[in-house]
Write a protein that binds this ligand. Structure first.
Ligand SMILES: Nc1nc2c(ncn2[C@@H]2O[C@H](COP(=O)(O)OP(=O)(O)O)[C@@H](O)[C@H]2O)c(=O)[nH]1
Ligand SMILES: [Mg+2]
Length: 464
């Protein structure tokens, strides 16, 4: 693993291709560091000659040492600190495809640059104080967003709301810590109850509020797995096809048609989801492959972020339906009554009544894949269950690293609060407050180890 040194003053100039590998119209080679401009001048011959002014795009050629043309390019440089990394940055747009790009990069290296590590441009932006660590992480979330709403959430974080919010809480804790330390250092001059308990409570409440957004935020960022569960022939594969709006899975009246799991991505009201159509769960089957499928269905049922339990509304429930209801895990479950175009069987309502009253299902939708009725309602229900009551592009915690740090801060604040109520020694309260300050500082990158930075930037691609 590449190791980053945050204390290092960067004296070298890095280069990388910022666009994906493969054939494309254009590839962008990016340089950052003190020598960027010198390297640009060394390798690109501008068509009209003259000087390179900052932020001026110029047309020219990258040449070999002996004057042969490597590529025709557009290039510019940006003077630091007003650039992505805070350093002098150069961008050279050359022709796409691997040969031209590699030769341009080779020329940059020959002129003094070195190949960048994954995420090193963003790392430099963070080290220069242009962005905090939560913003650096948001850069990758923007790139990897799967839906417009996930993109909006990533942009909120990129603009720095989380860093600002967390810094405010951290300052509030630092203020209390300073008061407690004053009490330790000057016990004769400072009151015993220097700690502002109501300030601690406000911090605790705010941390709790952020933590409560984390599940919805993570599902929007990473996507949610939704399991379609039901006994054979209830209409699982038909529902998958209807939700995807194309025939992905085979549909047949023969029970046991779907024997393996079928996964497909979709955008449900902005939430990126992965539907998993499963083999119908039943107690006995002579078919060993179908049995393997059923085992897999049971596993998916326990792992999913959301389960749809399908019940055929035109038939009375049987033991297999009960197996399905029992197979699901702890994830929220929606009850889906299928085949509403057929006459409803009167026994369905009576059999389901105890499940409805016990609140085992977070919601219920009746639908038909033949008429299409109930499908939009199901989409809304799925989105609402995954996102909770908050509007989709609201501010959320979306990163498990941030959630973990918030939870540690929460414990530290609770301990400090309990310590103050229990008249514990100021030294012990100070330790808890310091733990809270440090945990919050990990989110913004104010209190980080190099090992943590390695983990964060290992997620990045080269050139970002
Ligand atoms: N009338 C009616 N038949 C349906 C509906 N959905 C599925 N079916 C039929 O039920 C049978 C089983 O469907 P399928 O999707 O393969 O069920 P699976 O075994 O749960 O995947 C097929 O003959 C479908 O045409 C529906 O909404 N209405
Ligand atoms: Mg099927």
């Amino acid at each position: 693993m590449v190791s980053y040194n945050i204390c290092m003053k960067y004296t070298d100039t890095i280069v990388a291709c910022a666009t994906p590998q493969g054939v494309g119209a254009i590839a962008i080679v990016r340089l950052s560091g003190t020598d960027s401009r010198v390297i640009l001048e060394a390798i690109v011959t501008p068509h009209r000659g003259g000087v390179w002014r900052t932020r001026q795009v110029r047309y020219g050629h990258v040449m070999t040492h002996d004057g042969a043309v490597i590529d025709e390019v557009l290039a510019f440089w940006m003077r630091g600190p007003h650039s992505y990394t805070g350093e002098d940055v150069v961008e050279i747009s050359c022709h796409g495809g691997s040969v031209a790009t590699e030769l341009v990069i080779a020329r940059c290296i020959a002129a003094g640059a070195r190949l960048a590590n994954p995420g090193e441009f963003t790392m430099r932006a963070y080290a220069a104080g242009r962005i905090d660590l939560s913003q650096a992480e948001a850069v990758m979330d923007v790139i990897q967003a799967q839906t417009p709403q996930a993109l909006a959430q990533a942009h909120q974080q990129l603009q720095g709301w989380l860093g600002t919010a967390v810094s405010e809480l951290r300052h509030a804790l630092l203020y209390e810590l300073a008061a407690v330390i004053a009490r330790i250092d000057f016990p004769d001059d400072v009151d015993e109850d220097v700690l502002d308990v109501s300030a601690l409570q406000r911090v605790a409440l705010q941390i709790e509020a952020y933590i409560s957004t984390a599940r919805a935020g993570a599902l929007l960022r990473d996507g949610a797995q939704i399991a379609l569960l039901g006994r054979p022939n209830v209409g699982k594969s038909s529902l998958l096809n209807a939700l995807l709006r194309y025939d992905r899975a085979l549909v047949s009246s023969v029970a046991g048609t779907t024997r393996d799991t079928i996964e497909e991505h979709a955008d449900i009201a902005g939430v990126p989801v992965r539907f998993v159509d499963t083999a119908g769960i039943r107690a006995h089957t002579p078919d060993s492959v179908e049995q393997m499928g059923i085992t897999r269905s049971r596993l998916i049922a326990t792992q999913a972020d959301l389960a749809l339990v399908l019940i055929d509304g035109s038939q009375s429930l049987n033991d297999e339906d009960m197996l399905v209801i029992a197979a699901r895990g702890t994830a929220p479950t929606l009850l889906v009554i299928t085949k509403s175009d057929l006459p409803a069987h009167p026994a369905v309502a009576t059999t389901l009544a105890p499940f409805r009253t016990s609140g085992q299902f977070v919601a219920e939708v009746t639908l038909s894949t033949i008429t299409g009725s109930g499908l939009d309602e199901l989409r809304c229900c799925i989105a609402a269950t995954l996102q909770g009551a908050a509007p989709v592009n609201d501010r959320r915690i979306s990163n498990t690293r941030h959630l973990d740090a918030l939870k540690r801060a929460q414990i530290a604040v609770a301990d400090a609060h309990a310590g103050a109520s229990g008249q514990l020694a100021a030294e012990l309260i100070a330790i808890d407050l310091q733990d809270g300050v440090n945990a919050l500082g990990e989110i913004t990158g104010q209190d980080v180890t190099e090992a943590l930075l390695d983990v964060v930037f290992a997620r990045f691609c080269i050139g970002k």
